[in-house]
Design a binder for this molecule. Sequence first.
Ligand SMILES: CC(=O)N[C@H]1[C@@H](OP(=O)(O)OP(=O)(O)OC[C@H]2O[C@@H](n3ccc(=O)[nH]c3=O)[C@H](O)[C@@H]2O)O[C@H](CO)[C@@H](O)[C@@H]1O
Length: 454
Amino acid sequence: MGLNIEQVRSLLLANNQEHVLDRLERLKGPAKDKLVAQLGNIDFDALFRAIHIHTGLSKKRNERMEPIPYVNETDIGEQEQHALIEQGWSLLRTGKVGAVVVAGGQGSRLGHEGPKGTLDIGLPSGKSLFQLQAERLLNLSNRAGKPIPWYIMTSPENHAVTEMFFHAADCFGYPPEDVFFFQQQTMPVLDHNWKLIFAAEDELLVAPSGHGECFASLGKSGAIDDMKRRGLEWVFYYNVDNALIKIADPAFIGLAVSHSNPIATKVIEKTDSEEKIGIVCLKNGRPAVVEYSEIQEDIKKLSDKAGRLFYNLGHISIHLFKLDFIERHADADLDYHIASKKMAYIDKNGSLVKPSEPNAYKLERFIFDLFPRASGLTVLKTKREEEFAPVKNKGGEDSPQNARRLVLDQHRSWLKAAGIAAEELNDHEVEISPLRSFSGEGLHEYKASDRASQ
Ligand SMILES: CC(=O)N[C@H]1[C@@H](OP(=O)(O)OP(=O)(O)OC[C@H]2O[C@@H](n3ccc(=O)[nH]c3=O)[C@H](O)[C@@H]2O)O[C@H](CO)[C@@H](O)[C@@H]1O
């Protein structure tokens, strides 16, 4: 990084990007200065290395996949579960746990104007994903008597809007000193001929480069120093788009602490080989996630005699990382994954092109590519209906409507378990505020008339 313009020129020349140099020659004054400044801030070394790997100029190793051992939540006895929960609470009570949400994605499949976390999935309360998350954290931190610092990763595209959304809502009651916004990195976008493309006459098109640089961005922003100053030991990591996320779940913290691994992850049973979730497994003997878009067809569909998928531990992006692991891997030089996307750009005549088919390559690093570097991975298989309601698409599967239904079904099942008679609930939709119950506890006193106050 921080290359001078001559170094940039020779890298662009060596990598068939003469059109960028031509553009630079044509520009004058502030427009030229702007492009020079942008070029100087791009890690072209990393960019062209990624392209060489992808196009086969550098060799990729063959990968051997195997299933990974895991703990099944349903096999944990009541007493042990109780002890794990208590262990988790003792960490929360001593202020040793923080939470990181990765919210820098573009959410292009959802078609929602604005950051994904600002989305209201249509619950009776009208709460946004961010508000649900804030209130779940508040429930735990109030009970623990200690703050749970919350680190929110945005991208240059959505940083200001995200901050404004929080400020306009007084951070949903979360103490502002415990909310830390930090920005992720970006990478240039290339067309299908591996040529850099433009967002404006004097600006290359860039896009968020994946959550894989989350730890680097935590480091650069001062968030890791903040975590150390607060004495955190574990950091709970999650995607912004899971409406059922149990942030900083005490039982999961307890399980992570009781193993000696620096990372723990939650998985669910993957039953449909086409479901767009990654697979947690061993790759070349090391813990790993194989992304759904990169699984080989034959491996994806492998099943046993009973028809159960052979690789069935679905990755739901819920992890706990030990703080010293985060710190040690903040400079990790992870490989980039390359995905073909629809990206609007400015062509050489200066016209805006809005493609209807994928036209461009986006480079992304994935945080779970750090898993193979861990001494071990604790894997907890949990219940889908309690933990996973992804909001990815406008309609159909993984839509806001589906997520809304899953949240309301969960709340109804909590009330049933608390002994509330179905007749009392009638056909009403019941939503329980996360401020009242984190995971179904404390609902024995619930009255149907409480609905109004939720
Ligand atoms: C690459 C990846 O993570 N894949 C996982 C992701 O799929 P999915 O296809 O959702 O992956 P995305 O990369 O779209 O987003 C994952 C999360 O990362 C955030 N983000 C993404 C890109 C970026 O530059 N910055 C950023 O912060 C998004 O806001 C989102 O919260 O979630 C699924 C569960 O729901 C998992 O089964 C997939 O294995």
